[in-house]
Design a protein around this ligand. Sequence first.
Ligand code: GUN
Length: 293
Amino acid sequence: MSSPVIINGKEVAQSIREGLVKEIAALKEQGITPGLAVVLVGTDPASQVYVGSKVKACEELGIYSQKWELPTETTQEELVELIHRLNADVRIHGILVQSPPPKHIDEEAVILNIDPRKDVDGFHPINVAKLVLEDEEGFVPCTPQGCMELLKAYNIETAGKHAVVIGRSMIVGKPMANLLVSKKANATVTIAHSRTKDLPALCRTADIIVAAVGRPEMVTADYVKEGAVVLDVGINRIPDETRPRGYRIVGDVNYESVKEKCAAITPVPGGVGPMTIALLMANTVKACRQLTR
Ligand code: GUN
């Protein structure tokens, strides 16, 4: 097999951002500035990094942002009260509560309090329904939307292809499967999970594999059919004393072995990761447009 196409998420994310800069400039001409509120409860180090990157992206694009870093002990009621304030704040068009929250917080109940028109994560049941109904006014979770944009940017055909999505989370696996099976993409989709029997054999029937399980380097060459496309959604920190921070980041795919077999692959970092933030910015601009029209 010749060497695969290395899907450059940084580059595709950059071109999405350039489109947004123009759209934001046009909104500003009308006196409108898109605004995003990012809420983090607790001190999870990875979440702190993600939240910081989201706010930085807003600054780079000229999106107004608020960063709310609340202590771990914040109660459900306090968090919901903040969300109600953000729902009512006309400067804010998008609200994101970083997942996962501390254990005492009921995430689903919190999400129900976000105005669906400001739910730029696409986690509210109204937006989940709109995705299934293929109603384009709704919000689609950023990471799976980013995966679809990568397939589009690289002209990777999905119609009639067999896609295996590994993972059934509400953040990635389930919305990913819905996007792939939609009338826009027309893939035939299998959702695999921890109880799936003989996962490697199933994956070997896939033309497209989306790995979103959160298990470092689980998908090895043995899972991959010659010429398949592999999207790696995993961001796993594994201890590595040779690195300044004491860890390195790997995906859910064993890149070195899989790259010998596949036609195209997303690296970690630099693949799906940058797309998530670009699509969050895109969803914020979309929310702003829809709320101000
Ligand atoms: N945690 C990991 N990914 C995400 C995401 O896309 N949105 C939120 N809110 N939390 C996350």
